[in-house]
Design a protein around this ligand. Structure first.
Ligand SMILES: [Zn+2]
Length: 577
């Protein structure tokens, strides 16, 4: 290389992360070479020096390397601190060992600037590079107080949303405030999907069809086609002409919400953008062999929500009214046992749902009917629990499940006033029992996932009724329905004790959901203290006694007219701390 050219490169690298990366970074892959021939889109992201960037992406497309290079470029010319977060401690160790360290040690231009002196950090989680530092941290614990100039949040959807937010405060005192967020998505309007759609300018890779000039971004449902021989290909959504790998590779990013370009630059990346290493036939085969949700999330970088697990207004409203049923009159109808669920938040905002065991007018079978719901809003000087005492009396509540947090003290005092009729709900371990209840202390450990799963099943089985009529729906009932829709079912990976990974269901909050919880607690109240007059059979009771000593896992069903509720039990006698 001539001295002139070297000097030119050196100067360009200062202003171009792209030039910087290709002239300094040796990739820890087979060839060590950068290859953008199929990934021109990576250059756009690498070159983008805007401080706020997010990416909703498919997995294993090399984007983490791109962001690491952006961070190192940033550190190369300034004296700064970088915080890089990953969901868990294991992820941090793995990332440092398999991605960061190999990249640094293979690149002579980088490794010579890594601090190896006496006073330099010895931990693998902190690296000194020139006069800058990069910290790798797990986002499943409360963040340490380290201030930062660049915050990169990797795998957002698997991280704890509360801690992710508190990390952002680390940027406050920095003149740079660079913030990168990227992740494979999970469910709609949660995590990276919410950030991409609500905050960013939403750049999609647009491809021009050479047959009809139609400009389109690649969508699995619209662009995956079969030719006459049944072979999959990517075709134009308008004319069905083939979109060649060349045309796809030479697409360009176009912002769908340019008015937000001043806020956050958002890049969508789908596996369909790599038609050579992930050709249509390969992608099609994966779509056939993978769980559909994983295929959409991991290979397409798209969200996925199973329609059978949607707790939305369609599901609810089509099941809580009978078409031929007269509107339920709350005043004059027969009085069955009543149950109350109370969700609390903030300084004492309470959401209350009250249900009563009533006959279904059409069938005569008993159902649980929501007969009252209200929000008792916190106001200065007002005791919101006073109204709750009133409701206990007014509706002659048989049993109430009251959220124990955040205000444990007034919740405990409320229980003291109604001993034997109020349980304080704490989050119980998932995947063991639906609940365990200690009569003496009034503590109820409730599995949130199993309870919501059960409530959704109940509703679909026609077990729940609302008061009134579907049109017009009472405003507070409409609010309950909306809150349920903001709760979305997802699956997450959990590590078992033997180290293997298993997937478990979770319900995630994507908006206001207080009434959904109040309803679910109302269901729990019924489950803890079912009405006497209802036929409650415990199947497997005899088996349970036999197996108690062996503490073998077994399943039992609480059968209630018209419905089954699955309760998975490990062994009885679970003690509440
Ligand atoms: Zn076309």
């Amino acid at each position: 290389m001539s001295e002139d050219l070297a000097a030119q490169l050196e100067n360009s690298a200062r202003y171009s992360p792209f030039v910087w990366a290709v002239s300094r970074v040796v990739l820890p892959n087979r060839t060590g070479q950068w290859d953008f021939s199929e990934r021109k889109w990576q250059i756009n992201i690498l070159e983008d020096t805007f401080p706020r960037i997010c990416s909703e992406k498919s997995a294993q497309v090399g984007l983490t390397t791109i962001f690491i290079c952006k961070a190192l470029w940033f550190m190369d010319y300034r004296s700064v601190r970088v915080i890089w977060t990953l969901p868990r401690q294991d992820d941090v160790s793995e990332f440092v060992q398999t991605t960061f360290t190999p990249l640094m040690s293979k690149s002579p231009a980088l490794i010579k600037h890594v601090g190896r002196g006496q006073g330099d950090p010895k931990s693998v989680r902190i690296t000194k590079y020139r006069d800058s530092y990069i910290y790798f941290q797990e986002s499943s614990v409360e963040p340490r107080m380290t201030p930062a100039d660049l915050l990169a949040q990797d795998e957002i959807d698997r991280s704890n949303p509360d801690y992710l937010d508190s990390y952002v405060g680390r940027l406050e005192d920095s003149p740079y405030k660079v913030h990168y967020r990227f992740s494979t998505p999970t469910i709609p309007n949660f995590g990276i999907d919410a950030i991409f759609h609500n905050e960013s300018d939403q750049r999609y890779w647009m491809v021009k069809c050479s047959h009809c000039n139609h400009f389109q971004n690649l969508k699995w449902d619209a662009n995956l086609m079969m030719d006459a021989d049944g072979q999959p290909y990517y075709g134009c959504e308008k004319c069905r002409g083939i979109l060649s790998p060349d045309e796809i590779i030479n697409g360009e990013y176009v912002a769908m919400s340019p008015e937000k370009t001043k806020d956050v630059h958002g890049y969508h990346v789908t596996g369909m953008m790599m038609p050579i290493s992930k050709p249509p036939a390969y992608m099609f085969q994966r779509s056939q062999n993978m769980i559909l949700k994983n295929f959409y999330n991991i290979l397409l970088g798209e969200t996925f929500e199973a329609s059978s697990l949607r707790f939305d207004s369609g599901t609810i409203l089509s099941n809580v009214f009978d078409p031929d049923e007269a509107p339920y009159d709350r005043q004059s109808s027969a009085k069955g046992a009543t149950y109350m669920g109370v969700d609390q938040k903030g300084r004492g905002d309470l959401h209350v749902v009250i249900a009563q065991v009533t006959p279904n007018n059409a069938t005569g079978k008993e159902v649980l009917r929501i007969i009252h719901a209200e929000e008792i809003g916190h106001r200065a000087g007002r005791d919101t629990w006073k109204r709750l005492h009133e409701l206990m009396r007014l509706y002659n509540i048989r049993f109430c499940v009251h959220d124990a947090t955040p205000n444990l003290h007034p919740a405990g005092a409320f229980r003291e006033r109604h001993i034997g009729k109020v349980a304080l709900k704490f989050d119980g371990p998932e995947r063991s029992d639906l609940f365990s209840y200690d009569e003496r202390t009034g503590k109820l450990l409730l599995s949130r996932t199993m309870n919501f799963d059960g409530l959704l099943d109940d509703v679909k089985n026609g077990l729940w009724r609302f008061w009134g009529v579907r049109q017009p729906l009472a405003p507070v009932l409409a609010e309950i329905v909306a809150h349920c829709g903001n709760n979305k079912r997802d699956e997450v990976e959990r590590k078992k004790r033997d180290g293997s990974i298993t997937t478990v269901g979770v319900w995630r909050r994507t908006g206001a959901d207080d009434f959904a919880h109040a309803w679910a607690y109302c269901r729990a109240a019924f489950m803890v203290r079912p009405a006497n007059r209802m036929q409650v059979t415990l199947i497997g009771e005899a088996r349970r006694r036999e197996q108690l000593e062996e503490s073998v896992e077994y399943e039992e069903s609480v059968v209630w007219p018209g419905l089954m509720v699955r309760v998975k039990k490990k062994k009885s006698g679970a003690k509440i701390a």
